[in-house]
Design a protein around this ligand. Structure first.
Ligand code: PMV
Length: 310
């Protein structure tokens, strides 16, 4: 049996994180600059894993590799080869725990590689379910947005478990800046749930507004109305802060982005750390904005263009 390769990309949530957990729609964009490649091949012995986090026998891999191991085992079981030994190598440029979908992307790449190495062809729904199995090991009850988006090549509309393509009126250039602070998605999701118990009306109204913003945003993206997209992002950032998932490091970069000419900026992903997503007017301003965010202390900055249909 020959080896097989699996690939997946990073994602950023343009609008709707946390609200999706409560059935509201969201829009996510692929981040092509960052990705994962996994390679799997039949092992001579019991199987080795090679990744930035760990090099060694799979049987001795530490708990923090739980997502990778769950992904591998779920894929082997789906292929009807639960006991098969594979050597797996993973290379990822997606920083972990920054709200960029690293765990879903690693899972997707590993699952695709393992299934390929077993000669098993999975349909989209099977792939999605396998990624979700690994994501549950990482986050508890993931909405499925990450699992869907890391395999998408375009901007996606996500509503109650399903994605649809989003039409994009013109190239939209975004800058992503990493606070360097680990995002704490599980904790942030739990904090929103707790707040919702104490203040159901307040939280529901914020979630409703986030849902309405996502719906309006879909139209603004289709006409590439950059000012409208920017204000929706700013409002979403305020609402997310109100839900208790912000962080001073995020606010600092959001302010720096706005001072640096962004049309809008917000936290992206689970929050409490992780990254800020900012909309630039064009490629030239994105470069300036990136420099500004670096000088403001961002640990890393990436530019990503969501291509419009000509
Ligand atoms: O931080 P990330 O990239 O895992 O994104 C989490 C998005 C949430 O809406 C907060 C949770 C979810 O399951 O969708």
């Amino acid at each position: 049996e020959p080896g097989a390769t699996g690939r997946a990309g990073a994602k950023a949530i343009l609008l709707g994180e946390h609200a999706v957990v409560y059935g509201r729609p969201a829009i996510a964009i692929p981040v092509r600059a960052l990705g994962v490649e996994a390679h799997a091949r039949p092992a001579d012995d019991r199987g080795h894993l090679s990744s930035t986090l760990y090099h060694g026998p799979i049987a001795q891999a530490p708990d923090r590799l739980g997502v990778t191991l769950t992904a591998m085992r779920a894929a082997l079981a789906a292929a009807g080869r639960p006991g098969a030994a594979l050597d797996i190598a993973i290379e990822s440029s997606i920083p972990a725990e920054r709200g960029l979908g690293s765990s879903a992307a690693v899972s997707a790449a590993v699952i695709e590689a393992v299934l390929g190495a077993c000669g098993f062809a999975a349909d989209d729904e099977t792939m999605h379910e396998l990624i979700q199995t690994a994501e549950r090991a990482a986050h508890g009850a993931p909405s499925g947005l990450d699992a869907r988006t890391v395999r998408a090549r375009k901007a996606v509309w996500f509503d109650r478990g399903r994605i649809e393509p989003v039409s994009v009126g013109d190239d939209l250039v975004f800058v992503i800046a990493d606070t360097g602070v680990r995002g704490r998605t599980r904790e942030a999701v739990a904090a929103v749930a707790h707040r919702r118990e104490k203040d159901p009306r307040g939280v529901e109204s914020a979630l409703d507004e986030l849902g309405e913003l996502a719906t309006a945003l879909r139209r603004d993206v289709s006409t590439a109305d950059r000012d409208a997209i920017g204000s929706a992002m700013n409002r979403a950032h305020e609402l997310l802060n109100g839900l208790g998932v912000g962080d001073p490091a995020l606010d600092h970069l959001v302010h720096a982005a706005m001072a640096g000419g962004a049309l809008g900026a917000k936290l992206t992903g689970g929050g409490r750390g992780g990254c800020v997503l900012a909309l630039a007017r064009d490629t030239a301003s994105a470069e300036e904005l990136g420099g500004r965010l670096t000088r403001a202390g961002a640990a890393a900055v990436w530019t990503t263009t969501v291509e419009g249909v000509a």
